[in-house]
Design a protein around this ligand. Structure first.
Ligand code: IMP
Ligand code: MG
Length: 333
């Protein structure tokens, strides 16, 4: 078995969907597995000129690859069926491709109601926190308890380990390092693990992991209750140019400069060997380039200056073996 992982290095919305989409097109995978989160995530995917926003469903379905919602996720059956229908209506043939690990936990109406009352964290109100709490409290429902889901259930162990074919999996993460329950800015985090360890929890042996694709933006955004955006007009410009509004809730994302020290931390903890910086064209559009390096604010004259600084600083820390990509197209690779 070979596994590659795509994960977020910031606070979600880094453009993981775009990278996953690209890898599905080129990577020769037999399976795509979503490894964490629920329908709090919103992956915006441009496929054959059409825009799709998926919350639960992994990107493999767009390319005829078997796509599985893994047991590290929580699933809302109503949302699952709605999304499946939207894909079918959009011309995507999901027949025989879409599955849920039978040991995935379920988001219930009670979870939705409870999360709907949140004001402290600024959650997406999709029931995630209460569903994971009940899972760990051993009070949850599993996908295999829900009769409507039965046609879509798989045993992920059999899928990954008892297959006749050589298994090549792409693990698709949701949210990002800054929202990770252990490594993020607690309590302003999500209720699942967003790091590479989380992929491993979905039944893949660590040694099967080949590439870890870490996805960042050239600036940062965050959605939630804490204050994140400095009161400087440039960030409103970035938000506008980058169309930084939530794919799930439509909320305006708070913007800030790239936080270099935290990015380094997330690169190291995740063992990233393929690093992507998305949306470099947004800073080109607003004509400002900067990043926070601890207490120091680095300011650059142009995009090239910023990219050179990044490459130089990755090099200094012995990351020269890592592939680094700067991607400019807002809507597709
Ligand atoms: P929850 O995951 O809905 O409980 O929300 C917890 C925090 O994570 C809030 O700040 C949400 O805005 C944030 N969050 C959850 N999912 C996403 C995402 O896909 N993109 C960006 N922020 C997210
Ligand atoms: Mg998103």
């Amino acid at each position: 078995m070979i596994a590659d992982v795509v994960l977020g290095l910031q606070h979600g919305d880094e453009g993981k969907g775009k990278i996953t989409h690209h890898l599905c097109k080129t990577g020769g995978y037999t399976h795509v597995v979503r490894f964490n989160g629920g329908c709090n995530a919103g992956h915006t995917i441009y496929h054959k000129g059409k825009k799709f926003v998926t919350h639960h469903i992994p990107a493999g379905v767009f390319f005829g690859i078997k796509s599985i919602i893994g047991p590290g996720c929580v699933i809302n059956p109503t949302q699952f069926f709605k999304e499946r229908q939207e894909l079918i209506d959009g011309g995507i043939d999901v027949d025989g491709l879409l599955y849920i690990a039978d040991n995935t936990h379920v988001i219930t109406d009670k979870h939705l109601e409870e999360d709907g009352k949140d004001t402290k964290i600024g959650t997406t109100k999709r029931g995630n926190g209460p569903a994971y709490r009940d899972k760990y409290d051993r009070n949850g429902f599993l996908a295999r308890d829900i009769s409507d889901l039965r046609p879509y259930l798989v045993d992920l162990y059999d899928e990954l380990h008892n297959s006749d074919e050589f298994v090549q999996v792409l693990f698709e993460g949701a949210q990002g390092f800054g929202l990770d329950i252990d490594w993020g800015d607690y309590p302003f985090v999500t209720s699942s693990h967003c790091t590479v360890g989380s992929a491993v929890l979905n039944g893949v042996p660590p040694r099967a992991i080949r590439d870890v694709w870490g996805v960042a933006k050239i600036y940062e955004t965050y959605v939630g209750a804490k204050s994140f955006q400095p009161k400087v007009p440039i960030f409103d410009k970035i938000r506008k140019a980058g169309e930084e509004f939530g794919a799930t809730t439509g909320r305006a994302r708070q913007c800030n400069w790239l936080d270099w020290k935290t990015l380094e931390k997330s690169i190291k903890i995740n063992g990233v060997n393929k690093l992507i910086f998305n949306k470099v064209d947004v800073l080109e559009e607003v004509g400002a380039w900067s990043l926070k390096n601890g207490s120091k604010q680095e300011i650059f004259e142009n995009g090239k200056g910023m990219q050179d600084w990044i490459l130089r600083n990755l090099g200094k820390k012995n990351y020269l073996g890592m592939d680094v990509y700067f991607s400019g197209d807002k809507n597709g690779i």
